[in-house]
Design a binder for this molecule. Structure first.
Ligand SMILES: Cc1cc2nc3c(=O)[nH]c(=O)nc-3n(C[C@H](O)[C@H](O)[C@H](O)COP(=O)(O)OP(=O)(O)OC[C@H]3O[C@@H](n4cnc5c(N)ncnc54)[C@H](O)[C@@H]3O)c2cc1C
Length: 488
């Protein structure tokens, strides 16, 4: 034990430096919370997993100054088709959400969902976290921890020289993945469908862009001799997923890739292989004392076209970060942190149940049809309804989502409204660091100032009027469910 470093302490220690841990580091650093992140690996995995990021994720990234390059694919769930092979017969295309009517989430947002490989996104997140002042310790592993009434003591191991040291933190964020040792150490069990399948993957590079010209990006290979799943990473890399849990030599890998492509003359550059346990498992509680589970540690959801895996975790990180910032900054009582579980766990279950209501996962149904009604993508994405002690008028009897983002403003994400289309400025850009009072009535500015003076909690004021846009006030009232009676 290197006791010379034992004085290390931090308000927040994040364990896990993949998509969710890095997002938490960015969000916390954005709130100026000193944060240490430890990740046992020294960089991203050479085998990316996630590729699809939703409108809501992009909104959250935009709010902290992360610009994710726009992909050629349109936002929204990717298109999938059943094919004999890429070059062979193409059969039917089937949607993620049948009879979708709610439009695309992009219609309600200043941003678009995008496709970017996990390793590329992680490098953007690392750069932004460092820029905002987060302390990222790559190649460092949490090997033990303990908590008491005042904080958490973690034992950390440096991979480069094998030395160990202790760190004291006010709060611990467990973003350590589906097999989270923090969750297991805390004795938190999990519910849900459990292990679904073990998949082998082959990551390769090949000149197959031409097959993407019709807009379909996910291919369910349905051939007499091969059942597999093929999809690109938007940058020349492709992944072939196989459900047989078989180890293959490089020659065998090339042969099966060529079979999926349906051509023997394609140059194939093998990059690496993977083995994945696809599971659906939700933790019984998302926090215990001063430790909070986020991402796959809290809810493992198998890959799907709604992007429920990483995206749900990034939303967890956002929800938890502002609350930790408020409590650590002394503007909220610690009870606020209890709402993390009550707000986020029902969303994980909602997404879990939606997965198995769709055709993509029909093979895992016990009955021919799911009894769970399918919820529109826009409602799933932007209509999430939080029910917690922190929110008025959101009792447990309410469903965990509104029909559309504009249907029930209380407890859902604040709706988007353009404030300046030329400058591409959205009302959402006003939110992100503290409390904001928005009104089309200037008198509320005084109320915001009084709240700031009397409560010591700073509340900014945003005025929506004709100077914003000719019909901005009317649009604002509709979007936020305000009638004349709701005015002061
Ligand atoms: C094939 C596949 C495709 C997918 N595609 C999508 C998609 O398109 N969209 C989507 O939203 N989701 C997708 N997912 C799911 C997504 O990859 C996961 O939900 C996401 O990676 C979870 O992120 P995480 O940060 O919570 O956990 P992980 O990515 O599992 O990261 C956990 C991190 O914690 C580190 N760690 C663990 N223990 C310790 C320790 N003791 N000390 C230090 N570090 C530790 C690990 O090294 C790891 O880096 C896909 C999953 C798979 C398998």
């Amino acid at each position: 034990m290197d006791t010379s470093r034992d004085h290390d302490n931090t308000p927040v220690l994040i364990v896990g430096g993949s998509l969710v841990g890095l997002s938490a580091a960015v969000f916390l650093a954005w709130h100026r919370v000193p944060t240490v992140l430890v990740e046992r690996h020294t960089g991203s995995s050479v085998h990316p997993r996630a590729i699809g990021y939703t409108t809501r994720t992009l909104e959250l990234f935009r709010s902290v100054g992360i610009e994710v390059p726009r992909s050629v694919e349109r936002g929204g769930p990717p298109r999938r088709a059943r094919v004999e092979s890429l070059a062979g017969a193409w059969h039917e295309e089937y949607p993620w959400t049948p009879h979708a009517q709610g439009g695309s989430p992009d219609d309600f947002s200043p941003v678009h969902g995008t496709a970017i490989a996990q390793d590329r996104l992680e490098s953007l997140l690392r750069a932004r976290a460092i820029e905002l002042g987060a302390d990222l310790r790559l190649g460092t592993k949490l090997i033990a921890f303990d908590q008491d009434d005042d904080g958490v003591t973690a034992v950390l191991n440096r991979g480069d020289d094998g030395s160990q040291y202790r760190m004291r933190a006010d709060y611990l964020v467990a973003a350590d993945g589906g097999s989270s040792t923090i969750r297991n150490t805390l004795g938190i069990g999990r519910g849900g469908r459990g292990l679904l399948s073990v998949q082998r993957s082959i990551l390769f590079r090949a000149p197959l862009q031409d097959y993407l010209r019709h807009g379909v990006v996910q291919f369910e290979i349905d051939h007499a001799d091969l059942k597999a799943f093929l999809t690109p990473y938007s940058d020349g890399r492709w992944v072939l997923m196989l459900g047989d849990d078989t180890e293959r030599t490089e020659d065998e890998q090339r042969a099966v890739v060529r079979q999926a492509v349906g051509r023997s003359n394609v140059p194939i550059d093998l990059i690496t292989t993977g083995r994945w346990e696809l599971a659906a498992a939700i933790a019984d509680q998302f926090s215990y004392g001063r430790a909070f589970l986020a991402g796959d540690a809290a809810h493992q959801l198998p890959p799907n076209r709604g992007g429920y895996g990483a995206n749900t975790g990034i939303e967890d990180a956002h929800n938890l970060s502002w609350k930790l910032a408020a409590v650590l900054g002394g503007t909220s009582r610690p009870e606020l942190l209890d709402t993390y579980d009550s707000e986020r766990r029902p969303i994980a279950w909602l997404r879990h149940d939606q997965l198995f209501a769709r055709a993509d996962y029909k093979a895992f149904l016990d009955a021919p049809e799911s009894a769970v009604p399918i919820i529109d993508d826009t409602a799933m994405e932007l209509g999430q309804l939080y029910r917690s002690a922190a929110l008025p008028e959101t009792g447990a009897d309410l469903p965990p989502r509104a029909a559309r983002p504009v249907d029930r403003p209380t407890g859902t994400r604040a709706p988007h409204l353009w404030l300046d289309t030329t400058a591409h400025r959205s009302l959402l850009d006003e939110f992100g660091r503290g409390w904001v009072l928005v009104s089309d009535d200037h008198a509320w500015e005084l109320a915001a100032a009084r709240a700031t003076a009397e409560l010591g909690v700073s509340a900014a004021f945003t005025h929506i009027d004709a100077a914003t846009a000719p019909d901005a006030a009317a649009q604002f009232r509709i979007a936020y469910g305000l009638g004349p009676a709701a005015r002061r």
